[in-house]
Design a protein around this ligand. Structure first.
Ligand SMILES: C[S@@+](CC[C@H](N)C(=O)[O-])C[C@H]1O[C@@H](n2cnc3c(N)ncnc32)[C@H](O)[C@@H]1O
Length: 307
């Protein structure tokens, strides 16, 4: 009986994943399969969050991406902006600077990858610090900074775009919570400490700050306050949540799958937010399942084991 229940739960989870996949296919309008194969360091969860943030921009918004590489993040941003009839200015030298595989011309590959959303995208091929207001042509509502990750470069990119930002602008930084790029989190911390920017939220290595305590991005009630070094996994923009289910976890990840499946059977599963508090699980299977659950968009809050 319990085997049957586990099988049903697994089938349910697979079905939910398939539906989710199908919805993303529709959102990305023919780019989904190719977007999945484009080389990138940005995770699926971060890419999806970029889509959501772009789609919650004001109508006709202009967004800027600093560091587009081969176009994976560009596709998600541009598809989100398409929802609000916005456009995306992409700034990159497309010479693969600062990338581990060495310098090469990546522009043709970028153009090929983004071709389906080309009408939403304005590539500006230059160094980010040379970006001007004329290159952009409008006030900027949303910026994704993912170029060079040193403290000096992030600061330079931010200061260069700052005069072009709208009063309600949101700025997202990539690789902001990993020890590998301490300059990014240092810059965010210093900026918040000055008191003019506020933390909007965090997903994986993606951290967003916003200007002023205004309620933007809209539907932002899920933004989680974070310590900048913490690796919290919380989706940033859902306003439809009516019930939060908190699932404590310590090892025995299989029961987590069952708990998740039972929540997803709820009549209006979209209105339920699942928060899994992991009390420092140590077994590999549970870690794998926690990652799987976080990838599916649920909130996973890790903490050191408290016994
Ligand atoms: C980490 S990749 C961007 C990844 C991309 N956002 C994604 O999610 O797939 C960094 C990119 O920034 C570009 N880059 C590095 N320094 C730059 C600079 N000073 N100006 C313009 N582009 C730069 C590199 O050429 C590279 O394409």
């Amino acid at each position: 009986m319990s085997k049957l229940r586990t099988l049903c739960s697994a089938l349910m989870v697979t079905a939910v994943e398939k539906i989710r996949d199908w919805r993303w296919k529709a959102r990305l309008r023919g780019c989904y399969d190719s977007a999945k194969t484009i080389q990138t360091w940005t995770t699926q969860r971060e890419l999806r969050e970029l889509y959501r943030l772009a789609a919650s921009c004001p109508p006709g918004a202009t967004a800027v991406e600093i560091g587009s590489y081969l176009g994976a993040s560009t596709i998600y941003l541009a598809a989100g902006l398409k929802q609000v009839h916005g456009r995306l200015v992409c700034v990159d030298t497309w010479n693969n600077e600062t990338m581990p595989e060495g310098e090469r011309d990546t522009f043709e590959e970028f153009e090929r990858n983004i071709s389906r959303l080309r009408d939403r995208i304005v590539p500006v091929r230059k160094r980010s610090e040379e970006l001007t207001q004329q290159d952009i042509g409008a006030e900027v509502d949303f910026v994704f900074i993912d170029g060079e990750h040193s403290y000096e470069a992030v600061r330079r990119d931010f200061e260069c775009i700052l005069p072009m930002l709208s009063a309600r602008a949101l700025v997202a930084f990539h690789d902001s919570t990993y020890g590998e790029f301490p300059g990014v989190s240092r810059f965010i911390g210093e900026t918040l400490a000055r008191g003019q920017w506020f933390l909007a939220g965090n997903v994986g290595g993606l951290t967003c700050i916003r200007r002023g305590p205004l309620p933007w991005p809209r539907e932002s009630d899920e933004l989680c306050p974070i310590g900048l070094q913490a690796q919290w996994h919380c989706p940033m923009s859902r306003s439809d949540v009516k019930v939060s289910v908190i699932i404590p976890c310590y090892n025995h990840g299989a029961t987590l799958r069952e708990a998740r499946a039972s929540v997803e059977q709820a009549r209006n599963a979209n209105a339920v937010k699942v928060i899994i508090v992991d009390d420092g699980s140590s077994d590999a299977e549970t870690t794998r399942i926690l990652n799987e659950v976080a990838e599916a968009g649920h909130c996973v809050v890790p903490q050191p084991n408290r016994g």
